[in-house]
Design a protein around this ligand. Structure first.
Ligand code: TRP
Length: 400
């Protein structure tokens, strides 16, 4: 009924690092040419944990957006915007909160875990418990079918599906739905109408998913159908309700384990990051200081790359010929560690060079960035507005 669409969000908690680039942004860059994409800086989500220090959010929002653009997210292809600038996020979140059982929220695995982990913050708030509802609102507002996320976010996408299903169940009811659906089916015309019922039966009685897909394609192609009839027929395929909110699928980003400068996964909480736009002196210094195989105390001691975090960076950054050189020269103590680090430094600086160049434009002229985001917010608002119109009508809040 609705075309495939991608939504993903990122909290503005600080400048991004190379782990974000390799783990998330490269994937977004691929997706932006394949689907309509909505990429959102979720500043309201940042408030759930930073409500006592909200002054840091504004700067982080712009930094994250520059990082996205620097990485190659293309505003001519993808829609980039800020969550709090599209007020429908707050509105839908409030409405979805009415019908979401507390138990669903309390059993989200990250909930208790985070409260314990971030014990210096009081996260015993209504807003923090409601984090998944706000995230569901983000996704459902754009009727996004696909949500690229890391593994840790899968439970959130799952609860989004449950929230959508429950909403459709509660509010997709219509007096005389069955009659209306049958009337709408007749409007498909003899042959297509017959095929619709056959496919519906194949799905409902035998669980034939392919038949469901075919039926959806049939409806998609039925140009002459009124929007409301189409929605009924989509809903009737699967049950006896209209579909108002679309259940999204998580699109798992394969975890590229980008190592940090100590061999652990790159993450701000391990203090081992290289910033996406970090200046070159600092990058060089960080890598030069990186620990190597501790058994290699002197240059004349042979080393083992498998025990060296620098080797992990080689795997992420350098070519097979360099890998061979690293193995040979390290095991035979032919080169020193600083020499071995140099190709990694060169590759990282090269990668960053392009990002720094792309970013400079927006640093020199902030109004360029403001214009891109104003445009993205407008586009997002338009879709959000359509969804909210249907939501209000379904709940019975459309009176004037
Ligand atoms: N919770 C996500 C994270 O911490 C951020 C997020 C908010 C998000 N809304 C979203 C991700 C909607 C995908 C879709 O990474």
């Amino acid at each position: 009924m609705f075309p495939d669409r991608i939504f993903s969000g990122m909290r503005p908690t600080g400048p991004l690092h190379l782990g974000h680039y390799h783990g998330v942004l490269k994937n977004w860059i691929k997706l932006q040419s394949e689907y309509p994409c909505f990429f959102c800086v979720v500043d309201l989500h940042a408030l759930t944990t930073h409500y006592e220090t909200p002054d840091v959010i504004e700067n982080n929002v712009w930094e994250v957006l520059i990082d996205w653009l620097a990485s190659g997210i293309d505003p001519a292809q993808a829609t980039l915007f800020i969550q709090s600038h599209v007020q429908e996020h707050a509105e839908l979140s409030l409405i979805l909160g009415m019908s979401t059982p507390l138990s669903w929220l309390e059993r989200v695995p990250t909930y208790k875990e985070q409260i314990e982990r971030l014990h210096d913050k009081d996260l015993g708030t209504y807003g923090f418990l409601g984090y998944p509802i706000l995230m569901a609102a983000d996704i459902l507002l754009y009727r996004a079918s696909l949500v690229p996320v890391g593994e840790d976010q899968v439970p959130h996408v799952e609860i989004t599906r449950e929230i959508a299903r429950r909403f459709n169940y509660l509010y997709g009811r219509e007096p005389g739905f069955e009659d209306k659906a049958n009337k709408a089916a007749r409007k498909l015309g003899g042959k297509r109408c017959k095929l619709y019922y056959e496919l519906r039966n194949a799905y409902q009685q035998e669980g034939n998913e392919e038949a469901l897909e075919q039926a959806r394609a049939l409806l998609q192609e039925a140009q002459s159908l009124l929007m409301s009839d189409r929605e009924r027929l989509f809903g009737y395929l699967e049950g006896s309700r209209k579909i108002i909110l679309v259940e999204p699928q998580a699109m798992l980003t394969k975890t590229s384990r980008m190592p940090g400068i100590n061999g652990q996964k790159m993450s701000k909480s391990y203090s081992n990051i290289i910033g996406l736009r970090e200046d070159r002196i600092s990058v060089e210094k960080k890598i030069r200081k990186m620990p190597t195989d501790s058994a290699r105390a002197r240059r004349s001691d042979p080393g083992d790359p498998n025990k060296c975090p620098v080797w992990q960076l080689h795997q992420a950054y350098t070519n097979p010929a360099t890998h061979e050189w690293v193995w040979r020269s390290c095991r035979n103590a032919e080169t020193g560690c600083l020499e071995c680090k140099q190709p990694v430094i060169d590759e990282i600086l090269l990668e960053q060079q392009m990002m720094l160049e792309r970013a400079q434009k927006y640093i020199d002229d902030p109004s360029l960035l403001r214009a891109i985001i104003a445009d993205g917010c407008d586009k997002a608002r338009k879709l959000a507005h359509e969804t909210m119109r249907d939501v209000r009508e379904a709940i019975g809040l459309a009176y004037s």
